[in-house]
Design a binder for this molecule. Structure first.
Ligand SMILES: [Zn+2]
Length: 137
């Protein structure tokens, strides 16, 4: 973990070792503009502590992220937008430090494109799955 943190670009941004276009900061979180934006106003919110995936960050450090994403959405003036948080390479996570994207969607071409491969619904299997997941929470 220590080596990963030392190399982590977002930890370096938190420490001020790499500059960013900072938009908001609190004790536990930092928000800044994405340097490879999908649209005007595309911003990131990160916890200040290092964790690769959502499941690695304590709840009290996660709870600020969504309200900050909401502030960014309002301040950007975006009417339509996506809030996105990817975990793992095949889920399109490129930086291994938890981050929430706020991506304005001003038109069909800019912002996020989504492929939504809906699966055929089997109500009995869904019911069994719900029971399985509930039993583990
Ligand atoms: Zn980090």
């Amino acid at each position: 973990m220590a080596n990963k943190m030392a190399a982590c670009i977002f930890c370096k941004i938190v420490k001020g070792e790499i500059p960013c276009f900072k938009l908001f900061e609190s004790d536990k979180a930092l928000a800044f503009l994405d340097i490879n934006p999908l649209s005007r106003g595309h911003a990131l919110v990160i916890p200040k502590i290092h964790g690769e995936k959502l499941t690695d960050i304590p709840d009290d450090h996660l709870s600020e992220l969504l309200p900050i994403a909401k502030k960014l959405a309002i301040a950007s003036g975006a009417k339509d937008f996506n809030i996105l948080q990817n975990n793992g390479r095949i889920a399109h996570q490129e930086v291994d430090h938890v981050h929430v994207h706020m991506i304005p969607k001003p038109n069909e071409e800019e912002g996020m494109g989504i492929r939504w491969p809906q699966q055929k619904t089997d109500m009995d299997k869904l019911k069994a799955l719900a029971e399985e997941i509930k039993s583990k929470m």
